[in-house]
Design a protein around this ligand. Structure first.
Ligand code: AP5
Length: 216
């Protein structure tokens, strides 16, 4: 099963992916997480990507397509069968490449779920989000605070504001999403697999709606 999760920054793709991994055994492929991990490791790819992430711009297609091709290959060789793509594809070229990569493995996308949330709500979610700099767990200062302020409940790591969650960068990321979302909707509409979910509801309700709309 190949499930594509779309949504603006802060719409809850990462939160919902974590639940799908935990409850349904999906393997999550998040290009944002892969890039942040490369940045933390200080690799050449990470250092190059940081320039784009810090400004809220898209990393070049060739970089993310290569990452996805590689991780999918490895996960398939380990026997994984259920995949969520979180934050990929983001351009027409990425969508076309994903189709070809999946075809190589006799796979195809079965559901493209768009999580819809108004911009005003998204800005509050992103500027209040804190992530653990050790394990990447996601919190929110009001909606989902850690038990001890600034400290991760899961691993005791320090909670930080993502460099691209500063308000000026958030606005640029939201603008980029508005431009690309229509194009991706059209791409997957032609395959008849687009589902729309209202993301401005509790995490649990959004999860149930994704599960039922994608037929999981
Ligand atoms: P990426 O990491 O993919 O970021 P994004 O798409 O901007 O999405 P976010 O991670 O910000 O938000 P989310 O939807 O996962 O929300 P979350 O669940 O955390 O990409 C980052 C950057 O990497 C890009 O800008 C680009 O530079 C680069 N990049 C990545 N992929 C690329 C690609 N394919 N091509 C080119 N460049 C690429 O939730 C947000 C907050 O809201 C949290 O605090 C959470 O607790 C809270 N929350 C979640 N759900 C709810 C709810 N239902 N109610 C209340 N609060 C909620």
């Amino acid at each position: 099963m190949i499930l594509l999760l779309f949504g603006a920054p802060g719409s809850g793709k990462g939160t919902q992916s974590a639940l799908l991994v935990e409850k349904k055994g999906f393997f999550q492929i998040s290009t944002g997480d892969l890039l942040r991990s490369a940045i933390r490791d200080g690799t050449k790819l990470g250092n190059d990507a940081k320039l784009y992430l810090d400004q809220g711009k898209l990393v070049p297609d060739s970089v993310v397509i290569g990452l996805v091709d590689d991780i999918l290959e490895k996960a398939l060789s380990k026997g994984h069968k259920l995949f969520i793509f979180d934050g990929f594809p983001r351009t027409g070229a990425q969508a076309q490449s994903l189709k070809e990569i999946l075809k190589k493995h006799e796979l195809y996308a079965e559901a493209a779920v768009f999580i819809n949330v108004d911009n005003e709500v998204l800005v509050k979610r992103l500027t209040g989000r804190r992530i653990c700099q050790v394990c990447g767990s996601v919190y929110h200062i009001e909606n989902n605070p850690s038990k001890k302020s600034g400290i991760c409940d899961k691993c005791g790591g320090q909670l930080i504001l993502r460099s691209d969650d500063k308000e000026e960068v958030v606005l640029s990321r939201l603008e980029t999403y508005q431009v690309t979302a229509g194009l991706l909707r059209n791409f997957y509409n032609s395959d008849g697999i687009v589902k729309e979910v209202n993301g401005d509801q509790s995490v649990e309700v959004v999860y149930e709606n994704i599960v039922s709309s994608a037929g999981l």
